[in-house]
Every structure is written in structure tokens, then in C-alpha cells.
Design a protein around this ligand. Structure first.
Ligand code: CIR
Length: 266
């Protein structure tokens, strides 16, 4: 794989939240988020990615798709090329039709998942050695194997792993925060999936903080998780706290709102 750190990015794609985000999918209903609140959180997220050194492509809102602000799920991007995925939630499947033309403009190589299975970008964790594909309610084995074929074509190694029962996505419970360092929930780390990597376990009660986002020199972390922020700071990491209170009501963390890659031509 590449020698560029996997968290080195200079390009991101985002999509503005639609007003319909208030009806976004969620596992547990704690009330609807407000559109204004989500919009403000999204704007702060864009500013943090810009400050971290990324050029932002902001796509227009899609009212027809409440969850379309979560651009991480319908596609996967690398310096080597892009893959159009097939989201496992019925209401999200056709989001791919709207992201595909954008990817074809930006990438010389754009692959598509073979027919049959499902895979969400939220289930994919890229580490320095490989791309981990978590099986979940959104990513099935057929989709994961079809994705492995695409990754092989891009010259990337991959493996299929399990997501803890009842957890939305593999990356709901983890994020790569350093070259060999994963921030993880205890329940995911206990499965032994991160052999060969160091793990930092999020404190009990702050499980939702595990979906952090390392971008270049900073780690974006939900601002309501002070003990996780302390843990990362004690590791010498440069934390940027981001409000995810509203977007969190529709099961979002910090990776799901962007597609990130390093474009060597920039
Ligand atoms: C969904 O259930 O699809 C959205 N409400 C949340 C998606 C979060 N995506 C991600 O973490 N990659």
C-alpha cells in the first residue's frame, strides 16, 4: 500500500444537509434533530476540514434522500480510485446515482460493486496495512466480497471482519487516529479484530465518541465526550472538538459526513 499516512487528505466531498434530515434513519428515537441545528454543525465540520488542509467540494442538498448528507456510505475513495457502493438501507440505495457522476469527474478509475450484495462506507476502516470491511445489518457477505474484488483491482489488501451485534456500522465503534493507533469501543476491541495495532478504548458511557476522524494533524472528536478528548490529548494528539448533538440524533458521528482522499496531483 501507499507510504502516505492513510489519514493524510487534501480533498473532501460533502453534501449539504436537506431539510428532510429531520426524518433521517435512527436506531433509537430520541426526537428529531432540527434542520438549523444540523446545518450549523455541518458548517462547523466543513470549517474544521478546511482548516485541516482539505479542499472542499460541497454538493447540493437532496430533499428526496433524508440521509444523503452522510456521503461516506454510498461510496469509497482512495488516491488509487473510487468505488460506488450499494447502501444496505432501502431509503438510501439510490443515493449512489447522485454521487457517481461527481466521482467520475474527479477520479480516473471508478469501479462499481457487482450486482447482488450491499456495502455501506461506514463499515470500511482503512488502516496502513489493509482495508477492513465490517459485516453489519448494512453490509452483507456478498457485498463485502464484491468490494474485495474492487479493492484488489485498485491494488489494495482487504479483510472481512465482524461488527458487534446491534451496532450500526463497523466504524460506529472505531476510528484510526494514528499510524498504528485505533480509537475503539471496548466491545469491538475485545473481539480481537485489531491485532497488530494499538487500541485506545473510549471510556464507558462515551461509546459514541469512537467514531472520531483523523485528518492530517488533527483529530475531530464529538465535543460532548470530555474523557475521550482527554485520552486523545494525553496521547499527544491535537483534538478539535465538534458539536454533533443534533446530527447524533440520526446516528451520525464524524466520519460519515465526508468522503476523504489524498489527490497526488494537487
Ligand atoms: C443511517 O442510518 O444511514 C444514517 N441515519 C446515519 C449514517 C451514518 N453513517 C456513517 O456513520 N457512515
Amino acid at each position: 500500500m501507499t507510504t502516505t499516512p492513510v489519514y493524510r487528505f487534501n480533498s473532501v466531498i460533502l453534501r449539504a444537509p436537506s431539510r428532510s434530515i429531520v426524518n433521517g434513519l435512527r436506531a433509537l428515537d430520541t426526537g428529531n434533530p432540527t434542520y438549523e441545528g444540523v446545518k450549523a454543525e455541518h458548517e462547523a465540520y466543513i470549517a474544521a476540514l478546511t482548516d485541516a488542509g482539505c479542499e472542499v467540494t460541497l454538493l447540493p442538498a437532496l430533499e428526496e434522500f433524508p440521509d444523503s448528507v452522510f456521503v461516506e456510505d454510498p461510496a469509497l475513495v482512495f488516491s488509487e480510485g473510487a468505488v460506488i457502493l450499494r447502501p444496505g438501507a432501502e431509503t438510501r440505495m439510490r443515493e449512489t446515482q447522485h454521487i457517481a457522476p461527481v466521482l467520475r469527474e474527479k477520479f480516473a478509475t471508478v469501479l462499481e460493486l457487482a450486482e447482488g450484495g450491499y456495502a455501506d462506507g461506514g463499515d470500511i476502516l482503512t488502516t496502513p496495512d489493509q482495508v477492513m470491511i465490517g459485516l453489519s445489518a448494512r453490509t452483507d457477505r456478498k457485498g463485502a466480497e464484491a468490494l474485495q474484488d474492487c479493492l484488489t483491482q485498485l491494488g489494495l489488501k482487504s479483510s472481512i471482519v465482524a461488527t458487534p451485534e446491534g451496532v450500526l456500522h463497523f466504524k460506529t465503534d472505531c476510528s484510526l487516529v494514528g499510524d498504528d493507533l485505533v480509537l475503539s469501543t471496548g466491545r469491538l476491541a475485545a473481539s480481537g479484530v485489531f491485532a497488530g495495532l494499538r487500541t485506545l478504548i473510549v471510556p464507558e458511557g462515551e461509546e459514541a465518541a469512537a467514531n472520531a476522524l483523523r485528518v492530517n494533524d488533527v483529530v475531530l472528536v464529538g465535543k460532548t465526550f470530555p474523557r475521550t478528548i482527554d485520552l486523545l490529548t494525553a496521547e499527544g494528539l491535537n483534538v478539535v472538538a465538534i458539536d454533533t448533538t443534533q446530527i447524533g440524533k440520526v446516528d451520525a458521528g464524524l466520519s460519515c459526513m465526508s468522503l476523504r482522499w489524498f489527490d497526488p496531483k494537487k
